[in-house]
Design a protein around this ligand. Structure first.
Ligand code: ADP
Ligand code: X2W
Length: 287
């Protein structure tokens, strides 16, 4: 009996948070590195379905870098990155779109639907959701079909959310000639969160959060300001795939999103712990 009462207590403890986030939009970036294990995938989508059933409006933006790498490998094409972004030739763009839209997106949608989510998958091309142009770098390295967002047209997502769907977005942008752009999923998530006037942006990944030293997993930084995070990029303490995540949080905060978090998607129920308890986990980046 005591066990049962404890379970009910836990539900009641979550009530203030359920009230706070009722009808609020939360953009969740689900990264390729945290997607490797089937059990974790199921648990993440189960948690997101729970969020939906208690009245939160989650929107998923998915990555899939490791799956793209594997597929390119099978085709004998080498993967090359510059500042955490994949150098994308026309041929690679075709593979990226095939893997993200045709494989990763549909896998997430069907898993979420198995839990009862009423999930629907779209790419940034649908409804012109994500308009993009060539990604400009200061060092003039040509990244090919890597895009930067020029405009988000959120109508399609607003309609889906209002009709009770759980949208799952592939990070593909559309150019002015109808061409496809490969956009880093973190950056899409940040800009989408701003355009949707989301309450929270959560980036799920395969590390504990931002670490003071990348090799020391006990050096988790629980809260950082934009300025502090930018300094850590300057000094090289934040590198590789963590750079677009920090930039994503900055875009979101500049666009009016109230809270941004980088969480370990491998921890069971990390999303629920972050949203429904006071014990913040991972790293929160604030203004
Ligand atoms: N200071 C840091 N703290 C944590 N991770 C860092 C840091 N600097 C670089 N990284 C790297 O960033 C990676 C996360 O980015 P990435 O692999 O692109 O994730 P995802 O596929 O989830 O988008 C970590 O696995 C780690 O190797
Ligand atoms: C331009 C760029 O780098 N695009 C990414 C898109 C997928 C992604 O962002 O996946 P993760 O979130 O799993 O890293 C790529 O081609 O890998």
């Amino acid at each position: 009996m005591e066990d049962l009462i404890k379970k009910a207590d836990i539900l009641v403890e979550a009530l203030p948070y359920m009230r706070k986030f009722h009808d609020k939009t939360v953009v969740i970036k689900y990264g390729g590195s945290a997607m490797v294990n089937d059990e974790i995938k199921k648990s993440v989508l189960e948690d997101i379905t729970l969020l939906k059933y208690v009245g939160v409006n989650p929107v998923i933006v998915h990555g899939g870098g490791p799956v793209i790498n594997e597929t390119l490998d099978r085709f004998g094409i080498e993967s090359q990155f510059h500042q955490g972004l994949r150098i994308t030739t026309k041929e690679i763009m075709e593979v990226v779109e095939m893997v993200l839209v045709g494989q990763v997106n549909k896998e997430i949608v069907s898993l979420a639907n198995q839990f009862g989510s009423k999930s629907i998958g779209i790419s940034g091309k649908d409804g012109n959701l994500i308009e993009a142009e060539d990604y400009e770098l200061e060092d003039d390295v040509d990244l090919g079909y890597v895009g930067q967002v020029t405009e988000i047209n959120p109508e399609v997502l607003d309609n889906l959310i209002n009709s009770g769907f759980l949208p799952v977005v592939s990070p593909i942008g559309v150019g002015s000639e109808g061409e496809s752009y490969n956009i880093n999923a973190d950056l899409v998530a940040g800009q989408l969160a701003a355009a949707l006037d989301a309450d929270k942006l959560i980036l799920l990944t395969n590390v504990e959060g931002i670490l003071e030293e990348e090799s020391d997993k006990d050096s988790l930084i629980s809260s950082l300001t934009i300025e502090e995070a930018e300094d850590m990029i300057e000094t090289g303490q934040i590198a590789g795939g963590m750079i677009p995540k920090v930039n994503s949080c900055i875009d979101a905060l500049d666009g009016g999103v109230r809270r941004t978090h980088i969480l370990d998607g491998r921890i069971s129920h990390s999303l629920l712990l972050e949203i429904f308890t006071d014990r913040g986990i991972g790293t929160m980046i604030t203004k």
